[in-house]
Design a protein around this ligand. Structure first.
Ligand SMILES: [Zn+2]
Length: 378
């Protein structure tokens, strides 16, 4: 393993932050797998998984069993990690801009299309190489002004030529679930199975806000879309990157047993990909859930203010009409039962127990699309 420290642009006099990446295997070896943790800086389970992965990857490397390249960024957001207000962490939005750290990533497909769209030809491997070179060259040319812009470009620079990208997040209180672009299935299915994922949410490109994982997989799906729109059906362009946001349960699920288990699941996937070699490889277990559309997620909101009392745990499989929580107004005595209209897996819920009117209290993964437009939360 070797460690690289990348300075971020200096936003304010006398202050400089650094992003640190850990590199395993030979540079340029394939497949390349990129893993980052805690881009939303107060979502810590991934940071602990990265710690356990570091040990497993170091052992594989020392035994000569790491065939691919793995880049691990255990602390993907040093800016957000330092932000606190009133003694509470604030790692989702940058205080200076109110921007979500996992939104506003540049449209890599557009940049690649401008540079090499016309040069893509009949050889799929040559096309992949051209696109990757174009994107890395564009990233190298950027001159970010602020540390947030610098952070986004640096993370993309480390990940843009990876075959697989895992962005480790978590929800408030949740079971393990995955988000990805539809184009990345079934490539990610063995990972989901080894992780014991209880919900998989897929959406076509454009789920909203340009998050990190979507720009990396979207590079390929959106270039294909441009080729198709131009009538160039004879130009093969494989989906050369499978990227996913892995939601490692809830914020408080920071636990050595769970983290070691998740790290081992990722190593099993590395074996499956051919990035690691040895006797750990095994067929993945059956996926524990159906792959459901992100547009099928039902958001249960508080219709009035009150105390939230959940009556079922996360992970519950609910029939249409099932009771999820009560909203209790102790001033009027009103108690409103929140129920799911469509049913599905209760995969995430708020960590708060007081709701202002309209608060998103719980999320249920249903099988039928019921939403359109921007599908991601703020
Ligand atoms: Zn997150």
């Amino acid at each position: 393993m070797h460690i690289q420290h990348h300075p971020l642009p200096c936003t304010s006099l006398g202050t400089q932050r650094t992003l640190t990446s850990l590199h395993f295997g030979r540079r340029g070896a394939r497949p390349k797998v990129y893993i980052q943790a805690s881009l939303h800086a107060d979502e810590l389970p991934g940071m602990l998984v990265a710690h356990h992965l570091r040990g497993l990857l170091t052992a594989l490397e020392n035994q000569g069993r790491l065939l691919g390249e793995v880049v691990l960024v255990p602390v993907a957001n040093p800016i957000g990690l330092a932000q606190r207000i009133d003694h509470r962490p604030l790692g989702r939005f940058e205080l200076a801009t109110s921007e979500n750290f996992n939104r506003h990533y540049p449209d890599l497909a557009e940049e690649a299309w401008q540079r090499v769209g016309a040069a893509l030809g009949p050889n799929p491997d040559a096309n992949i190489r051209r696109v990757r070179e174009a994107v890395l060259a564009w990233l190298d040319e950027q001159r970010p002004c602020t540390e947030l812009q610098g952070l986004r470009l640096l993370l993309l620079r480390l990940a843009a030529d990876a075959d697989v990208v895992l962005d480790l997040h978590c929800d408030f209180e949740a079971v393990l679930h995955l988000y990805s672009e539809t184009a990345c299935w079934p490539a990610l299915e063995p990972l989901a199975a080894w992780l014991g994922t209880q919900t998989v949410l897929v959406a076509d490109y454009g789920a909203g806000g340009q998050p990190f994982d979507e720009q990396l997989s979207g590079l390929w799906s959106q270039l294909r879309a441009r080729l198709a729109a131009a009538g160039r059906h004879d130009v093969p362009l494989p989906q050369a990157c499978a990227s996913t946001t892995v939601e490692l349960r809830g914020e408080a699920d920071v636990d050595h047993t769970l983290a070691a288990q998740d790290a081992q699941a990722i190593v099993c996937y590395l074996h499956h990909l051919g990035a690691a070699q040895g006797d750990v490889a095994q067929p993945p277990p059956a996926l524990r859930c159906a792959v459901t559309p992100l547009a099928g997620t039902e958001l249960l909101r508080a219709p009035h203010p009150g105390v939230i009392v959940f009556v079922v745990p996360v992970g519950s499989r609910l029939a249409p009409g099932a009771h999820v929580a009560d909203i209790v107004d102790p001033l009027s005595g009103q108690v409103t039962a929140l129920t799911t209209q469509h049913g599905g897996v209760l995969y995430a819920r708020t960590r708060e127990r007081y709701a202002c009117a309209g608060l998103e209290v719980a999320k249920v993964a249903g099988v039928q699309p019921i939403r359109s437009g921007s599908l991601l939360s703020a």
